[in-house]
Design a protein around this ligand. Sequence first.
Ligand code: SAM
Length: 273
Amino acid sequence: MASHSSFERNSAFTHQAKKRFGQNFLNNPDIIERIVRSIAPTSEDNLVEIGPGQGAITAPLLSHCPKLNVIEIDKHLIPILLAQFAKYDHFTIHQVDALKFDFDTLAHEKPLRIVGNLPYNISTPIIFHLLSFQDKIFDMHFMLQKEVVERIAATAGEKSYGRLSVMVQYYCQVENLFGVPPESFTPQPKVDSAIVRLTPFKTLPFVAKDYGIFKKLVNIAFQQRRKTLRNSLKQLLSKDQIDTLPVDTSLRPENITLEEYVNISNLISNSEQ
Ligand code: SAM
């Protein structure tokens, strides 16, 4: 793979990895190739990479798709990226915090394909931020902590199932693609990683009439994982209303499916009209 090795050969820059920006740089050409193969970029794509770092994934992405926007918070990495990629006419660096970036501004012509080996400390807030642009996104491929991928992909009844599973699966089809060991990074993280593909649904399988109520319901339910649904719902519904719900309210929140959460939230919405 050209990416990392060509950087090491050509660059006069050295960069000290910063913990506060979650900098663990990919060093394994086989893993980089496998990630790029999973993304399968084409020259027609509207690609965005979050956190290009020193360009490990950026280089092979650009070789398939010369139009690429990257969002990098660390100003010290910008000269390193420019030294390698300024030669591409349609390569654009946005030196900003991805959490504050308005992804709508890049989605004029085509839905976005978003890619990122995300900083572990802010991966969940970045995913929630991106979900607010889901109708402008074709797909997302992320490297995340393995446990976070398991939480995103879990279904009702599984140990990792929780708020993150329900909220991401409301909008996206989730595929846990493959694991990546700590040795694939410099410096090595203390945790295992995995690649996940999130594909926003064109038509949502279950539609909450009021997304705010759905979100509140899921938050309240999982704030008190040990409590039964009946107990948690007392904050939102009367005893009579709880008794009419079409789910077994003696269950714990981790046993309630996405469809059931949406149904309950719609009953709450109806009762508030
Ligand atoms: N893509 C590179 C690789 O795979 O080697 C670097 C990945 S490193 C895990 C995460 C990258 O995200 C770093 O380059 C870091 O500076 C950048 N980053 C951290 N927080 C960010 C934020 N809020 N917005 C944009 N980039 C951020």
